[in-house]
Design a protein around this ligand. Sequence first.
Ligand code: IDP
Ligand code: MG
Length: 187
Amino acid sequence: MIEKTLILIKPDGVQRGLVGEILGRFERKGMKIVGMKMVHINREFAEEHYPKDMAKLFGKKTLEGIKEFGLNTAKSEKELGEKTWEDLINFITESPVVAVVLEGVHAIKNVRIMTGSTSPHEASPGTIRGDYAHVSMIYSSVTGTGGRNVVHASGSVEDAKREIALWFKPEEIHEYKRADEFHTTGR
Ligand code: IDP
Ligand code: MG
């Protein structure tokens, strides 16, 4: 049940000086930092982290959002999805991100809950996206501003494995004991 998960403090979080604040939340939860680096990724790397097939989902969501808000578009679902994905790639490569591997019991679920819903406008207060951002993803799509939601967190066991292997070499992942580990895990 002890898992590792990847988080990224995205360019908006780094540029807003939120790195310490965000890492502090995870540290206080008892999540152990076992890998950490600052990287300014290029487009090629970004396309591995956010594969182009995400565009399909973005297209569907964006078209639904456009209808919901009574807006018009001449673009097809496919074009909308590809544009939103392009905006995401531009956003994630605009400046450095901080990549962190966290370890803990059910770390993937714990960290996702702390991160909050994808769209900050519906993320609960107390979550990172709920406390530090307010835009919606449909706003991001329509304005072409990239999904600025402060953090990334692996969504599943498979994603976490793939993403950690993409961002970190095995020797960049560390093993050590935290002083409070007995109290946070009973071991
Ligand atoms: P997640 O980060 O909560 O797992 P995903 O659906 O995996 O959400 O999307 C990855 C990232 O793409 C989001 O964190 C956000 O930055 C961006 N994104 C997701 N949906 C949209 C959208 O509808 N419009 C613009 N950007 C989006
Ligand atoms: Mg995701």
